[in-house]
Design a binder for this molecule. Structure first.
Ligand code: U5P
Length: 552
């Protein structure tokens, strides 16, 4: 220990992980292999697979957390987009054709569930799909499925002074996995309209098409198109994850209350949670029961997030009778005395034993039910930056963890492409140095050179840098750089590149993750890899000047 180089040691902690080359990446670190860190000559190294680590943006001491809450859809329940979003896509197409009068050709279309990614922005009016960096600079732009030229992109989005905010209502944010199907269908419709103007009425512009798609997708979620199918065979649509129950049990054993707040209604919530906690199905051999409720203190369904997070929200809170699904009125969580009943209303405040199920209400009700004194005592885990994370953190002050399933692949590819990234960085620095040198020589020549011999020397140095051979070298550097960049981009996603990056900048999505999520991770069950009392600490912030000095 005496031999630790403080800087080197500290660095190792952040940089050494289990993904040691392509071999180790697939090694499944067992959950009972005795310890999560190892000490070696290189310092302490984490044994938790990078893909399963919890990353921290803002310090969070779990000791201060008294209640941990979960969103359900795409947080506890990871849907398989290839089946679930395809179902949404097919249902939406049928609604567009049969209810809204779109051409029947649409029925022949198919859905490429891998094409769209989260973090994209739809320009409803122009029919464009955009990926931008954290400064809202549009880096990748497609009109339907046609890539926009640099000039076209600049002409439409390039003016930095009048740059749009790229928010609703002119734009739509693809920030939940639920939106992938609608984004794809929008691109298809834009293409279709451009190529077959006679088949789409004049008054149906791109924005109207988006509105129709959005409404049809939403209806599929609400009218049973999707949920009946999922209820029949949840295993076809939802990833089986047996580690959810132990993870929740761990939190409960550590003294935390646990709760569920979902926008789904009770009947569907019951199906999904039965599948996740006990592999039961609606019509299958193991009919749904309510055992899963023992994992929670309070379940709130039909919560209408993000409105739920506003304390001034006056939404009524109903108690759900699990067997019948019937709703009972409550008075701020206290059951209303029945007309003619003489028994006093039972207070639900401080509820300790036996989970109760509710519908609606707002965060004030939940705090009362769980005896929460300060919102900083609550950690909420969700998948939707706007619906789950932004409001709960910003409006309310809950601590937040964002589930980003894409992170698993992102981290894996990042690991595999680290050599090309290093090369990219080197080329970039090299180019900058050559450019700086040329500037320096030109500057000296113009403003400093005292005599002719000095001038001659400078000129010869300059020509050395600028002679054709050097120019070619510079061009080679530039091309290599471009190629490496393209290769990197395509490795992550053939069209949109890396989820968290846009060129060298953080993507807008990454920026939001950084700002709004205290923690983020690929799966909710990664919580069980860490102590329920863990003090999550972010890595040190670095400004570019510090970064250069510390040569990170
Ligand atoms: N949902 C809609 N409309 C959409 C997308 C999702 O109603 O366009 C529904 C899902 O079907 C699910 C709920 O029931 O919203 C999301 O719930 P949660 O993420 O709060 O658990």
């Amino acid at each position: 220990i005496n031999n630790i180089d403080i800087r080197g040691g500290a660095k190792q902690l952040h940089t050494k992980h289990t993904m040691d080359g392509a071999g180790l990446i697939d090694e499944n670190i067992g959950r009972n292999d005795g310890g999560r860190c190892v000490w070696s000559s290189q310092g302490w190294t984490s044994k938790i697979d990078l893909r399963n680590q919890i990353f921290c943006n803002r310090s969070l001491n779990m000791k201060n957390i008294v209640a941990v809450g979960f969103d359900m859809d795409y947080t506890l329940a990871q849907y398989m987009p290839q089946t679930f979003e395809s179902l949404a896509y097919d249902g939406t197409v049928r609604k567009l054709v049969y209810d809204l009068g779109y051409p029947t050709e649409l029925l022949e279309w198919s859905f490429d569930w891998e094409y769209m990614v989260r973090g994209l922005v739809l320009d409803k009016k122009r029919g464009n799909i955009l990926k931008m960096d954290r400064h809202k600079y549009v880096k990748v732009a497609y009109h339907g499925f046609r890539e926009m030229s640099k000039e076209e992109k600049m002409a439409t989005y390039g003016n930095t002074l009048i740059r749009d905010s790229f928010d609703e209502p002119e734009y739509a944010l693809i920030d939940t996995l639920f939106s992938l199907a609608e984004a794809y269908l929008f691109a298809q419709l834009v293409d279709f309209r451009d190529n077959n103007p006679e088949k789409i009425p004049d008054n149906v512009d791109y924005a109207r098409m988006y509105k129709d798609v959005r409404a049809a997708v939403d209806l599929c979620h609400r009218d049973g198109t999707l949920k009946q199918m999922v209820a029949q065979d949840p295993g076809k649509y939802i990833n089986d994850d047996t580690s959810i129950v132990p993870m929740i049990k761990m939190l409960r054993d550590s003294g935390r209350s646990t709760f569920l707040v979902t926008n789904s209604l009770w009947d569907y919530t019951n199906v999904v949670m039965n599948f996740l906690c006990g592999h039961r199905t609606m019509g299958g051999s193991l009919p749904c029961n309510f055992d899963w409720l023992e994992n929670f203190d309070v379940v709130i369904t039909g919560s209408a997030k993000p409105g739920f997070f506003h304390e001034e929200n006056r939404a009524n809170l109903f108690e759900v009778e699990p067997h019948s699904g019937m709703l009972r009125n409550t008075n701020n969580g206290t059951p209303m005395a029945q007309v003619g009943s003489t028994s006093p209303a039972i207070s639900l405040a401080g509820l300790k034993k036996g989970c109760r199920v509710f519908q609606g209400g707002s965060v004030g009700h939940l705090h009362k039910l769980l005896s929460i004194e300060s919102s900083a005592q609550v950690l909420y885990v969700g998948d939707h930056i706007y619906g789950d994370i932004l409001r709960s953190k910003k409006v309310l002050g809950w601590r937040t963890m964002l589930v980003v399933p894409e992170l698993e692949r992102e981290v894996e590819l990042l690991w595999k492409s680290r050599d090309i990234r290093k090369q990219l960085r080197r080329l970039r620095e090299e180019r900058a140095l050559v450019e700086d040198n040329i500037h320096h020589l030109k500057w000296s020549l113009k403003y400093e050179a005292a005599d002719d011999s000095n001038k001659e020397k400078l000129l010869s140095q300059l020509s050395e840098l600028e002679i054709p051979a050097k120019q070619i070298q510079r061009e080679q550097v530039r091309l290599l750089h471009q190629e490496a960049q393209r290769e990197c981009h395509h490795k992550f996603h053939k069209v949109w590149g890396q989820l968290m990056k846009t060129g060298y900048q953080n993507s807008r999505f990454a920026h939001q993750v950084e700002r709004f999520a205290c923690l983020y991770t690929s799966q909710v069950t990664n919580l069980s890899l860490y102590s329920p009392d863990k003090y999550y600490r972010p890595s040190e912030d670095f400004m570019p000047h510090e970064f250069n000095i510390l040569e990170l």
